[in-house]
Design a protein around this ligand. Structure first.
Ligand code: ZN
Length: 170
């Protein structure tokens, strides 16, 4: 119920940028929406945060972008951000989950689940049980071994594309 100042500066407008508001610690513009990979809850986090506790399931989740440059054997690689596997990078995991996007120019061994687009570069090699993504780009030369499931159409919350999602009534 904040009163709008006389000059009509509304949140989401030019306030942050015009004032050069670098010092503002709680700048709304510095937040981004994430979706918990454990329970599906959507919420906002500070743009630079690397991990957080989900308000839905109260578990610690990773929200940073992950860049793989070497061989990374792990149980599960999960983040609400993006995963990038570089040319010499290799991930071996039971499950690889990315919230924003996944790009691979190296090697991935394991099931991939991404709620954003997946790009397999020309040197990419993927082998796993399944690869699920709403959009998939495969460059000439990439190797895929496994079951690929690309579910097009609009996902349940297609307000995503417009960016700022207002808090819905629970
Ligand atoms: Zn959760």
């Amino acid at each position: 119920m904040a009163k709008v100042p006389a000059d009509g500066a509304v949140r989401g407008g030019r306030t942050a940028r015009a004032a050069g508001a670098r010092a503002a610690p709680r700048d709304r513009a510095a937040e981004r929406a994430v979706c918990c990979y454990l329970c599906g809850r959507r919420f906002d986090v500070p743009a630079r945060a690397m991990s957080t506790s989900c308000p839905g399931c109260h578990r610690a989740i990773r929200i940073e972008d992950v860049v793989v440059r070497t061989y990374v054997p792990t149980q599960e690689m999960q983040t609400c951000g993006s995963i990038v596997v570089e040319r010499k990078g290799r991930v071996a995991a039971r499950r690889i989950t990315a919230g924003v996007a996944l790009r691979c120019d190296g090697t991935i061994d394991g099931a991939v689940e991404c709620t954003g687009p997946v790009v397999l570069g020309a040197h990419a090699a993927w082998k796993g049980q399944s690869l699920r993504s709403p959009a998939l780009r495969i460059d000439d030369g990439a190797t895929l071994i496994g079951h690929v499931c690309v579910q097009g159409g609009s996902p349940p919350g297609d307000a995503d594309a417009s960016g700022d999602v207002p808090d819905a009534a629970p």
